[in-house]
Design a protein around this ligand. Structure first.
Ligand code: IMP
Length: 176
C-alpha cells in the first residue's frame, strides 16, 4: 500500500509548545537540579529541545524499553533493554517520553523508577493519545493531546523510518 504523510503539528507549533513546557518545568524545579531520563529512541528529539528550553541545570540519562517492534499494535510486554547508568536515590527525576498510547510503557517505567527511591518522580510527554489507554495513566506535563492517529516525525518512527522529519505527521497506508 502507498504511504501518505499529512502534517498534524508543524515544527513551529511544536517549538512554541516545547518552550512553554520548558518555562513551566523551570518554574516548578526552581533551585533544584533534575535528572531528565529520556526513553530511547523516540524521545531523543524532544529531550534535546526541551533541555535547551530549561533555565535550571539538568543532568540526562537514557533508558531503552521494548516497544512495538515491527507492528503498530502494542504487545503489552515491557522489557528493559538498556538501564540507567547511575542510582536515582535522592534525585529529582523527570521521565521524558515521546508519546503515551496504551499507557503500559510509562506505567511500568514509573513504578520501576519509583522503587529506586528518587526524591521526586514526574513524567513529561510530548504527545498523549488518551483514546487508546489500556491502563490508567496521566503525565504530569503534556505537550499535545492528539486523536487516535499513528504519528511519525520529530523523533517518532515507523519501522525506524521518519524520525528525522521536523513536523509531526499522520502516517497512512503503512500501518499494521
Ligand atoms: P504505550 O506503552 O502503548 O503507551 O506506548 C508507548 C510507545 O509506543 C511510545 O514510546 C512509542 O515508541 C510507541 N508509539 C505509540 N504510539 C505511537 C505513534 O503514534 N507513533 C510512533 N510510535 C508510537
Amino acid at each position: 500500500m502507498e504511504r501518505k504523510l499529512d502534517v498534524l503539528i508543524d515544527a513551529r507549533t511544536i517549538s512554541n509548545r516545547v518552550a512553554e513546557l520548558g518555562r513551566e518545568i523551570s518554574r516548578d524545579y526552581q533551585g533544584r537540579h533534575p535528572l531528565l531520563v529520556g526513553v530511547l529512541k523516540g524521545a531523543v528529539v524532544f529531550l534535546s529541545d526541551l533541555m535547551r528550553s530549561l533555565t535550571v541545570p539538568v543532568e540526562i540519562d537514557f533508558m531503552a524499553v521494548s516497544s512495538y517492534g515491527y507492528s503498530t499494535t502494542s504487545s503489552g510486554v515491557v522489557r528493559i533493554l538498556k538501564d540507567l547508568e547511575k542510582s536515582l536515590e535522592g534525585k529529582d527525576v523527570l521521565i521524558v517520553e515521546d508519546i503515551v498510547d496504551t499507557g503500559l510503557t510509562l506505567n511500568y517505567l514509573r513504578e520501576n523508577l519509583a522503587s529506586r527511591k528518587p526524591n521526586s518522580l514526574k513524567v513529561v510527554t510530548l504527545l498523549d493519545k488518551p483514546e487508546r489507554r489500556r491502563v490508567e495513566f496521566t503525565a504530569d506535563y503534556c505537550g499535545f493531546v492528539i486523536p487516535d492517529y499513528f504519528v511519525v516525525g520529530y523523533g517518532l518512527d515507523y519501522n525506524e523510518k521518519y524520525r528525522h522529519l521536523p513536523d509531526l505527521c499522520i502516517l497512512k497506508g503503512e500501518e499494521e
